[in-house]
Write a protein that binds this ligand. Structure first.
Ligand code: AP5
Ligand code: MG
Length: 209
C-alpha cells in the first residue's frame, strides 16, 4: 500500500493515519511531524522551518521535496508508506511522481478527507498532542486523561491567525493537486465530518473499492 492522505489543516489526517498504519503495517510519513522534530532539535534548518511554519506559511518546495523523497526511499518504505501532508503543492506532486516512476512503483490511492472550512479552526485551536506517545487529542472532541494534561503540547501554528492562513494556503497551493490525482483515477473522496471511527471505516471502504 502506497497512499497519500490529503486534506485541509485539521481535517484529521494525523488522527486517521495513526489508525491506518497500524492496520496496513506501513510507515507513517508526516512532513509536518518531520519538520517539527527538526525545529525541536534546534538546528539551523529547524530555525528556517520554524519561521515558515509558525506563521502558517508553507516550507519552500526546494527544502521540502528532497527531505521527503529521501525518507520514502529508505528501506522501511520498500513495501509501502502512508504520506500525510506531502505533497501539498503541484511541484511536490510532480516530483513524487517522477521519483516513484524512477523506482518502478505506483501509488495505490490518494484519499482526500473533506471537512468544511467552518469546522477547521476549532479543530486546530483546541488540539493538544502528547509528546510522549504522539497521540493527538482535542479538548472538546477527544479529551485527554486529566493526569497527562500538564505535559500536552499546543502547536505554535494552532493560533487563530496561523490557522486562517493555513486554510487559505490549502485552497491556493494544495487544492490544485486534487485534479492531478483525479485525472490518474486514484483519487478517493471521504467525508471527514463525524465520529473518527466512522471516518476510518469510510477510508477503508474506499480503499477496498
Ligand atoms: P502539518 O503538520 O501537515 O499540518 P496540517 O496539514 O495543517 O494538518 P494538521 O496536522 O493541522 O491537521 P490534521 O489533518 O493532521 O488533523 P488532526 O488529525 O491533527 O503541517 C504543518 C506545517 O508544516 C504546514 O503549515 C507547513 O508550514 C509545513 N509543512 C508540512 N508539510 C509541508 C509540505 N509538504 N510542504 C510545505 N510545507 C509543509 O486533527 C485535528 C484536531 O481535530 C485534533 O485535535 C483531533 O483530535 C480533532 N479531530 C480529528 N478528527 C476529528 C473528527 N472526526 N471530529 C472532531 N474532531 C476531530
Ligand atoms: Mg497532522
Amino acid at each position: 500500500m502506497r497512499m497519500i492522505l490529503v486534506g485541509p489543516p485539521g481535517a484529521g489526517k494525523g488522527t486517521q493515519a495513526a489508525r491506518l498504519v497500524e492496520q496496513f503495517r506501513i510507515p507513517h510519513i508526516s512532513s509536518g511531524d518531520m519538520f517539527r522534530a527538526e525545529v525541536k532539535s534546534g538546528s539551523e534548518l529547524g530555525k528556517q522551518l520554524d519561521h515558515h511554519m509558525k506563521s502558517g506559511g508553507l516550507v519552500p518546495d526546494d527544502v521540502t521535496i528532497p527531505i521527503v523523497l529521501k525518507r520514502i526511499t529508505s528501506p522501511d518504505c520498500a513495501n509501502g508508506f502512508l504520506l500525510d501532508g506531502f505533497p501539498r503543492t503541484r511541484p511536490q506532486a510532480e516530483a513524487l511522481d517522477r521519483e516513484m516512476t524512477k523506482a518502478g512503483v505506483a501509488l495505490s490511492a490518494v484519499v482526500l478527507i473533506e471537512v468544511p472550512d467552518s469546522l477547521l479552526e476549532e479543530r486546530a485551536v483546541l488540539r493538544r498532542s502528547d509528546p510522549e506517545t504522539g497521540t493527538i487529542y482535542h479538548l472538546k472532541y477527544n479529551p485527554p486523561p486529566e493526569a497527562i494534561i500538564p505535559r500536552l503540547v499546543h502547536r505554535a501554528d494552532d493560533t487563530k491567525e496561523a490557522v486562517d492562513k493555513r486554510i487559505a494556503k490549502y485552497h491556493s497551493e494544495t487544492a490544485p493537486i486534487i485534479p492531478f490525482y483525479s485525472e490518474k483515477g486514484i483519487l478517493k473522496k471521504v467525508d471527514g465530518v463525524g465520529d473518527p471511527n466512522a471516518i476510518t471505516e469510510r477510508i477503508k471502504a474506499v480503499l477496498n473499492s
